[in-house]
Design a protein around this ligand. Structure first.
Ligand SMILES: C[S@@+](CC[C@H](N)C(=O)[O-])C[C@H]1O[C@@H](n2cnc3c(N)ncnc32)[C@H](O)[C@@H]1O
Length: 345
């Protein structure tokens, strides 16, 4: 896809969630000057989110400009007119700072709402494995906020509440008529570790600002949830090692305890690896399952539906072969799930 198409695609996607971002992305798609700034994004990185995130980051720093009046993170009563002329002017007058951010940062949205999918997915794995202890490795963990999934409260409309009382509350609707596998006796996590090309640090103000900048300004609930999740993570920062998962995963898996079920998971990461990277990851996991003589359980977005309705998938890698099942469709930030799989029990 061309950069222009990327912006059009993003504008279509944003039309359901943010009139502000839809208008800004649509405007930039038609604006060669702004496309040129966005073209500084590194290969494989989503340029629309980086450009919008860079502008938002400067506004979150308190930059005084008429554009701020359109952002809910800067005012309680956002302007209703056309933000695009202000956005354009903002980008042109701060071009070199915006280019620096677009060049150096990655899209690392750490969305804890996605743990709405992880809770039943981990239960699914533990039922299949027939064991209650998991060794979790998250690929593309960003700041590792989803590694702390079991410190959040999950309320599945009509299907009960799970987890401790927490300032982080995830409240997904459950669509369809298949009950997701949920249990009050959650699997014990005996190891949890993240891998990221560039781990974000919940104690570093610049990293925290970037995480906030990646959240769409109109989505107040997501901003509140992110703030609460960062507070939880600061009490006991999750361990996220720096590296390319394709390089470090084999050693990480070799170091997992043998009496636990090895479960490698990711949310919204595979699209950044692209097709070759996903195939290499699958092959690496298949080799690990041979070497360990133990199945590896792999949870991830279905690499083939990432740009449609996100679909979460379970794959069992055993003795070098892989068998995959679709677990659930879901809204990108965990607003709803539609469980698809037969999870037994
Ligand atoms: C869009 S973010 C999603 C973060 C988190 N999983 C979530 O859903 O909130 C994708 C993350 O994957 C990381 N990433 C991309 N390619 C990677 C690779 N080859 N190895 C490790 N991390 C990678 C990026 O740095 C980024 O933090």
């Amino acid at each position: 896809m061309s950069l222009e198409d990327d912006f059009e695609w993003y504008a279509d996607w944003a039309s359901d969630v943010s009139p502000l971002y839809e208008r800004l992305a649509r405007g930039a798609a038609d604006d060669p000057t702004l496309l040129d700034i966005a073209a500084d994004a590194s290969a494989g990185q989503p340029a629309p989110q980086l450009l919008l995130g860079a502008v938002h980051a400067l506004l979150l720093d308190g930059d005084e400009h008429a554009l701020a009046d359109f952002y809910s993170t800067r005012t309680d009563d956002p302007e209703a007119g056309d933000p695009y002329p202000h956005f354009r002017e903002f980008c042109l007058t701060r071009e070199s700072r915006i280019r620096d951010i677009v060049r150096s940062r990655r899209v690392q949205t750490n969305a804890v709402g996605r743990s709405a999918v992880l809770v039943p997915a981990f239960e699914h794995v533990s039922r299949i494995a027939g064991r209650d202890s998991l060794a979790l490795v998250e690929v593309g963990a960003s700041a590792g906020l989803n590694l702390r999934w079991d410190r959040y409260r999950h309320e599945y409309a009509g299907y009960g509440s799970y987890g401790p009382n927490s300032a982080v509350r995830i409240e997904p609707l459950v669509r369809g008529d298949v009950a997701p596998p949920l249990s009050n006796s959650r699997p014990e996590v005996v190891r949890r570790l993240g891998i990221d090309l560039n781990p974000l640090d919940v104690t570093d103000p610049a990293d925290v600002r970037w995480m906030r900048a990646l959240v769409i300004p109109d989505q107040r609930r997501r901003h509140e949830r992110l703030r609460a999740a960062i507070e939880v993570a600061r009490e006991d920062p999750p361990k996220v090692i720096a590296g390319d998962a394709l390089d470090v995963l084999p050693d990480v898996i070799a170091g997992l305890p043998e009496d636990a079920t090895p479960c490698v998971f990711s949310t919204h990461t595979l699209y950044q690896l692209e097709e070759d990277g996903v195939a290499a990851l699958r092959d690496a996991l298949a080799r690990c399952s041979q070497r360990r003589r133990q199945p590896i359980h792999w949870l991830s977005d279905d690499p083939f539906s990432e740009r449609g309705v996100p679909t979460y998938r379970y794959a069992l890698l055993s003795d070098g072969t892989m068998e995959a099942t679709r677990l659930t469709e879901y809204q990108s930030y965990g607003e709803w799930i539609r469980w698809l799989a037969d999870s037994g029990r």
